[in-house]
Design a protein around this ligand. Structure first.
Ligand SMILES: *[C@@H]1O[C@H](CO)[C@@H](O)[C@H](O)[C@H]1NC(C)=O
Ligand SMILES: *[C@@H]1O[C@H](CO)[C@@H](O)[C@H](O)[C@H]1NC(C)=O
Length: 292
């Protein structure tokens, strides 16, 4: 049965800055859509979970600037103010909000362990480095704080692991060698020992297809996902519910994804991919809203 939804004169109020002057802000209704949408309600092709809303907390430090602005401020996993009640309430209100922890720099993060508190250094801006920053470190004390916060907020945490660890990276971004899982395994073991619940472990960020900065071949990536699943099965042995294994969290490339999914088969529980239909968020209209 096909139902018809008329979208008539859907007007959205946008706050538009008048040309030339950012301070002179006017309110104008803008007609965005006028048309008809037909929905075949009788044959669904897929289902979404009830808690399908998802947000990301990234790693970018305050010194990350592009498109003429340093927009990240203290929004990183490493410096976000998690004692902020408004933030806590906002996340709680979704019950549950899926929060993915990751982004470009996740593949340059090392997890701090035991004997090396002195060497847990933060990302430093360096244009000669891939992604414009040196490696950074996640102190376990911060990991503790984050987990306590997410538990209080009732969030489902999806953690993006560093998938470049151990690989050799060529000047064209191609990589050689297998994922070295040892640092990730330490993090997973630590997390389990502390009793923190992780909804899913995801391997890598935007390394599929041609990659962003670096790329990993599909068959190698599949092999590495199998390694991650083995670690999860081992560390969570005896647990009724085990975290899911996700990947590759990158841009879709039909050939790459076909090979990858075939290769990883049973070890991969959720296929993730990134889309930027709205671009990088640099449209002037968006900026003007942001500046109000
Ligand atoms: C980020 O936090 C630091 C330390 O609390 C503070 O000095 C700085 O002003 C903050 N930056 C922004 C953009 O809020
Ligand atoms: C993986 O990394 C660990 C820690 O840096 C290192 O001790 C180990 O030798 C590496 N494993 C391989 C196979 O390179």
């Amino acid at each position: 049965m096909a139902s018809l939804i008329h979208i008539l004169g859907l007007s959205i109020w946008l706050f538009l800055a008048s040309q030339g002057s950012k301070s002179a802000v006017s309110q104008k209704p803008v007609d965005i859509v006028r048309g008809s949408v037909y929905i075949d309600g009788g044959s669904s092709i897929g289902m979404i979970d009830e808690d399908f809303i998802c947000a990301t907390i990234d790693w970018w430090p305050p010194t990350k600037c592009d498109y003429g602005t340093c927009s990240w401020g203290n929004a990183s996993l490493l410096n976000l103010d998690i004692s902020n009640k408004i933030l806590l309430n906002a996340i709680e209100a979704f019950s549950s909000l899926k929060i993915r922890l990751g982004g470009t720099l996740q593949d340059k993060v090392v997890y701090q362990f035991r004997d090396d508190p002195g060497t847990c250094t933060q990302f430093v801006k360096d244009s000669t480095e891939m992604f414009g920053f040196t490696r950074g470190c996640l102190p376990m004390s911060r990991w503790d704080e984050l987990n306590n916060f997410f538990k209080m907020a009732g969030a489902n945490v999806i953690f993006g692991l560093n998938a470049l660890n151990g690989r050799t990276i060529g000047s064209d971004g191609s990589t050689a060698g297998a994922w070295n899982s040892s640092n990730a395994e330490s993090l997973i073991r630590y997390t389990v020992n502390k009793g923190y619940t992780i909804y899913a472990w995801e391997l890598g960020n935007e390394l599929s297809g041609n990659g962003i900065g670096a790329k990993v071949a599909a068959d190698q990536y599949a092999y590495d996902v199998i390694t991650l699943q083995k670690i999860v099965q081992d560390v969570y042995r005896g647990f009724e519910t085990k975290p899911l294994v996700l990947g590759p969290g990158g841009f879709f490339d039909a050939n790459w994804f076909t090979k990858f999914i075939k290769g990883a088969s049973n070890s991969l529980q959720v296929v993730t991919h990134h889309i930027y239909n709205l671009g990088p968020g640099i449209s002037q209209g968006l900026r003007d809203i942001e500046n109000i």
